[in-house]
Design a protein around this ligand. Sequence first.
Ligand code: NAD
Ligand code: UGA
Length: 465
Amino acid sequence: MRSVKNICCIGAGYVGGPTMAVIAHECPEINVTVVDINPERIAQWNGDNLDELPIYEPGLKEIVAKCRDKNLFFSTDVEGAIDKSEVVFISVNTPTKTYGKGKGKAADLKYIELCARTIAKVAKSDKIIIEKSTLPVRTAEALKSILSNTGSGVNFEILSNPEFLAEGTAVNDLMNPDRVLIGGDNTPSGIEAKEVLSKIYEHWVPEERILKTNVWSSELSKLVANAFLAQRVSSINSISALCEKTDANIDEVSKAIGLDSRIGPKFLKASVGFGGSCFQKDILNLVYIARSLGLTEVADYWEQVIIMNDYQKSRFVDKIITSQYNTINGKRIVIYGWAFKKDTNDTRESAAIYVVDALLEENAEIIVYDPKVSEERIFADLDYLGTRDSSENRKRVTVANDPMEITKNAHAIAILTEWDEFKSYDWKTIYENMMKPAFVFDGRRLMTNSNLRQIGFEYYNLGEV
Ligand code: NAD
Ligand code: UGA
């Protein structure tokens, strides 16, 4: 079996960065180079201040500090890194298409194709190419087609090795994965390639958790895992609406059903709606594939998960408006949390973006505080929607650094991310600061066990009356 001395990963993002940092940490004899076409991102990974890495993940900066410039390197020299590596991971973004055929549904594979063409151009020796990005089932076929037509005599073995980490817990998920999935051809060279990759993971992952399948099962399993997880969130969110009409309590229902070992307790937390870069994108992709294959009922079934998620966000906005006597025009609404979940600075598809956009449509005045998300990012997210021009967004939204100060004269607070620090605030002072009646709309059920109602707040806790 070939030995691996050099690995490279194309794409220094939320997956490429942490995944390669952990491989470098656990495999000291392997040189790991993470490359990206974005020079600013690479400069941030190489920066002196480890608090300014491009990605915030608990435990990440410690690993980077230990390995960087020893066996972990960040570079913009994509071609150089491919050339010297025996194993090349592709971990570039695969967003939903915003144009042409499949617009708004299919995955845009232009970045993946570009990687394949660069590899085909540069490679002078045999390589194992690994799909780390989440891809539509049968993408490996397209990669194979590009890579097998180089005429250089170089052999490429293509593996699918999807990533299951969740943001905010990425390092822990990578160090202790439930499973590592490796898909590849069941030919002698395919089986050997799967073994080579498995040996890398076996440095720290027990062998019985490394699952080897054919390529297509691996590609499809990644989409299906995300679809099942998102489906649980939409399922419990649908029940949260029912709880609000029936005096049932959503946490009590979650607990009662989750104790059934066949259902299990995880991913049953009602919220203002799931966000993140992948759930929506991957389900849209699954729906698109099913529809393209003529499986209309299958497509409709999974599409409902997204429809329910959109409903949950708009239901939350309606609650904010109707509770405040059907108008929020000119009212000062404080938003606690912009990230799509706690412990990450990622805001992609965050419910906060859509909730605030809808509140702005009602002419509310918005003040946002998030402990990890920059002002620049918040405005970029709003501008991207294109609902109004960017000068208007800047006029109507303020991004603040002091979570207490901004509550002065506020009519309402909406909690949209479950940051722990919100729980420790002096809510009595917040109440005194605010206009009366003082409303709190808790889209995360974060303050369930606090005494907001006793303090005097009009407290809406999503999923109960
Ligand atoms: P990201 O946007 O954070 O990072 C992708 C990086 O790839 C960017 O920095 C971009 O500049 C770079 N890139 C694009 N084309 C390139 C090219 N031709 N050469 C070099 N660099 C290039 O994306 P991400 O969140 O890391 O996601 C990457 C993939 O992993 C996606 O397919 C996603 O679905 C999947 N995934 C993401 C997560 C997650 O939690 N974010 C988890 C599992 C799987
Ligand atoms: C998710 C999956 O959990 C990962 O396994 C997968 O690798 C990743 O997508 C991906 O492919 O990108 P991530 O989006 O980072 O990870 O975070 P999650 O913890 O899954 O949360 C997603 C969203 O669902 C968040 O907005 C979260 O607040 C929400 N959520 C989650 C709930 O509202 N309720 C829950 O019970 C769980």
